[in-house]
Design a protein around this ligand. Structure first.
Ligand SMILES: *Cc1c(COP(=O)(O)O)cnc(C)c1O
Length: 393
């Protein structure tokens, strides 16, 4: 067993033999290319001048007053393309280019990772195929069109529930068939080793910046909160703080209509050990081991698995994971918009919603950082429809 491939008992490489070659090639390229000073300098330059990093750590004074604690927002919503996903997509696309690949492929749920990947492909002159479930294309039509404008081929996946899970399966299948020329850009800390490690490394810049920015503000974080779909923005901000036990880390899962109803995506709250998309992790499954349907107002959190490192951090109780419902999310979105003039993505609003539960129970005045993983412009239709009583856009 390749120990490096595991976080505790989770992770691994549960893929067909043909993909093992590509994973080994990727692991080697990652070590020999991505860790060189030249690659890092090129990536840093793009992150600064193209993405707009560092993203601010903003002291949200009106939210702070409202909750009676010091609330800081890590503004990943201000990145080029509007979310944290570009950090990883750009880095993987740059790695693909350096490996001599001519085409990148990606799966996407909300469309954010597809847009980020199509953006990186345009910038770096790579061919790009994006797999997206037909249902997601319908509910995120602006992002779908954006990808086409960027020059990507958008491939509508018509299997099963026609959402992220099926899109991911289709992308993996294509990758296995075209492994020589194609680089698979995975959008979260999921999939077979070494993807969860690579994506975590590329997103860890969020936490490194946050640590330095907290120092500039002259404060120390007591709590850091982030929403969890696959888990990349959460691991991105958590990783730098994992060894400091005085910082409480909280991951927020999408509870849809409620974690006790059948309509949710609260993987760690309700799932159990299983295999999905090449990794051993916690999976929402029925008693026969069939992967269950997931529901959330947020296409970006609508995933029945979770990154293996989160499954491990949950296991060893270093990170707490809590569910937040659609209703709670929308209330938090509105509050943040009204009090701060910031419209957060509905994914990020799940993390903001937890302030409502956390703050009243804290004894001393605390410093709380919330990772605002993305902006809500893409979600305006969904919010409007939700208000009209039409769930899920
Ligand atoms: C995709 C997405 C997420 C969920 O993905 P993670 O890998 O869990 O971070 C969260 N927020 C936004 C804005 C997204 O686009």
């Amino acid at each position: 067993m390749n120990k490096k491939a595991y976080f505790g008992k989770f992770g691994g490489q549960f893929v067909p033999e043909t993909a093992m070659f590509a994973l080994a090639e990727l692991e080697k390229a990652y070590e020999s290319i991505a860790k060189t000073p030249e690659f890092k300098a090129e990536l840093d330059d793009l992150l600064k001048n193209y993405v707009g990093r560092p993203s601010p750590l903003y002291h949200a004074k009106r939210l702070s007053k409202h909750y009676g604690h010091e609330i800081y927002l890590k503004r990943e919503d201000l990145n080029h393309t509007g979310a944290h996903k570009i950090n990883n997509a750009l880095a993987q696309a740059l790695l693909a280019k350096k490996m001599g690949k001519t085409k990148i492929i990606a799966e996407t749920g909300a469309g954010q990772h597809g847009v980020a990947t199509a953006t990186a492909a345009a910038l770096l002159d790579l061919e790009c195929d994006v797999y997206m479930g037909a249902v997601d294309i319908a509910r995120q039509s602006l992002n779908a069109y954006r990808m086409k404008l960027l020059g990507a081929n958008l491939i509508s996946v018509e299997d099963g529930l026609k959402t992220l899970k099926e899109a991911t399966t289709a992308a993996i299948q294509t990758w296995v068939n075209e492994i020589e020329s194609t680089f698979y850009v995975i959008g979260s800390v999921v999939g077979p080793h070494p993807y969860p490690l690579i994506v975590r490394d590329f997103q860890s810049i969020i936490g490194r910046e946050t640590k330095a920015q907290l120092k500039e503000h002259g404060v120390k974080a007591d709590y850091i909160i982030a929403c969890v779909g696959g888990g990349s923005n959460a691991i991105g901000i958590f990783h730098e703080f994992l060894s400091d036990e005085s910082v409480n880390l909280i991951g927020i899962e999408a509870a849809g209509l409620g974690a006790s109803t059948p309509y949710h995506a609260a993987t760690l709250t309700k799932g159990r050990e299983g295999i999905i998309h090449g990794m051993k992790t916690i999976v929402l499954q029925d008693k026969y081991g069939m992967i269950e349907e997931v529901h959330s107002i947020s296409a970006g959190l609508d995933y029945p698995g979770i990154g293996p490192e989160h499954a491990h951090l949950h296991d060893i109780k270093r990170v707490k994971y809590e569910p937040v419902t659609d209703d709670e999310c929308i209330n938090a979105l509105k509050l943040t918009t009204r009090l701060e003039g910031i419209i957060p993505a509905i994914e990020s609003s799940h993390a903001l919603a937890y302030l409502e539960k956390l703050c009243p129970n804290l004894k001393a005045k605390s410093v709380i950082v919330v990772n605002v993983s993305g902006r809500g412009d893409k979600d305006i239709d969904t919010i409007m429809n939700y208000e009209k009583g039409k769930i899920y856009g």
